[in-house]
Design a protein around this ligand. Structure first.
Ligand code: GUN
Length: 292
């Protein structure tokens, strides 16, 4: 029976550490860190994510601002706002919530963010630094997974880690980070994706599996080996009869996999809260390293 990697508990510890840090800053008569979130349109999941980020800021004592644009906003308007935030001495970090509407070139938007304020770690300069093991902002979800493994003292050295999904936000950076020389890392990594035939041939051999697919209950017990460590990044909204009208379902068939795995993350309460905590961590890092 697997032990639970309790992301909710660890995220609370991290946020408490940050709150104590912010208290000290404010006691020294300095302004608190300030995170700005840009939201475009009314995508339900994005609205929830952004509202949660604002809530987290309040919890740790940061200043936060939410800038929302209608889904019809032009690329030029968005770029103008980014330029303003890049220049502002009152803003330490900002994020542009993805995905963006079709008329907007996502790469162009990410490229416009000052890498020193890119607390999502999405800018190619930061991605490159991450890959080269230089100090930078790590993307929040992979950073959260690494921190969770670290806080549970899980040894990743020499382990075979299979990552499922190659997104710029999770799969791709995760595959790089697990192979880095710093702890937790030093794994041998296989990055699988939609063109990988017979994924189970890889997952059955894996010591660590990180799924970031968005395919509810994809990973079944017969696809993993005894004692595997299972990290579930998937959070798909599946309609149900509850008040909300949906429930969150991970990529991992938790009920069957928990009988076979050694460690497993739940959904909800696993990777999600860790992602949120790491954005706060990146924001205070941006504050501390800024010139203002
Ligand atoms: N969309 C889904 N996850 C994220 C995230 O971590 N940051 C941003 N900006 N958009 C997202």
């Amino acid at each position: 029976m697997a032990q639970i990697l309790d992301g909710l508990k660890v995220s609370k510890e991290i946020k408490e550490e940050i709150r104590i840090d912010v208290d000290k800053i404010v006691q020294h008569n300095r302004r608190p860190p300030h995170l700005v979130a840009i939201l475009v349109g009314k995508n339900g999941a994005s609205m929830t994510y952004v509202n949660n980020k604002i809530k987290d800021c309040k919890e740790v004592g940061f200043k936060s601002s939410l800038i929302d644009f209608p889904s019809t906003v032009s690329e030029a308007e968005l770029l103008e706002k980014i330029d303003e935030l890049n220049k502002s001495k009152e803003v330490d970090g900002f994020i542009v919530q993805l995905p963006l509407p079709k008329q907007i070139d996502q790469e162009k938007i990410i490229m416009a963010i000052d890498p020193r304020k890119d607390v999502d770690g999405f800018h190619p300069e930061n991605f490159g630094k991450m890959a080269l093991e230089m100090d930078t902002f790590l993307p929040a979800t992979p950073f959260g997974i690494l921190t969770l493994l670290e806080r549970y003292h899980i040894d990743t050295k020499g382990k075979h880690c299979v990552v499922i999904g190659r997104s710029r936000i999770v799969g791709k950076p995760m595959s790089i980070l697990m192979g880095r020389k710093d702890f937790p890392g030093n794994s041998t990594v296989t990055l699988t994706h939609s063109y990988t035939p017979h994924i189970e041939e890889f997952t059955k051999k894996a010591d660590i599996i990180i799924t970031a697919l968005g395919d509810p209950n994809f990973l079944k017990a017969d696809m993993i080996k005894e004692g595997a460590i299972i990290i579930d990044v998937g959070i798909t909204r599946v309609e149900d009869q509850s008040e909300k009208g949906y429930k969150l379902v991970g990529d991992v068939d938790f009920e069957s996999c928990k009988e076979k795995a050694s460690w497993i993350t739940p959904v909800p309460g696993g990777v999600g809260p860790m992602t949120r905590a790491m954005l706060m961590k990146n924001t205070i890092l941006a504050y501390k390293t800024s010139v203002y």
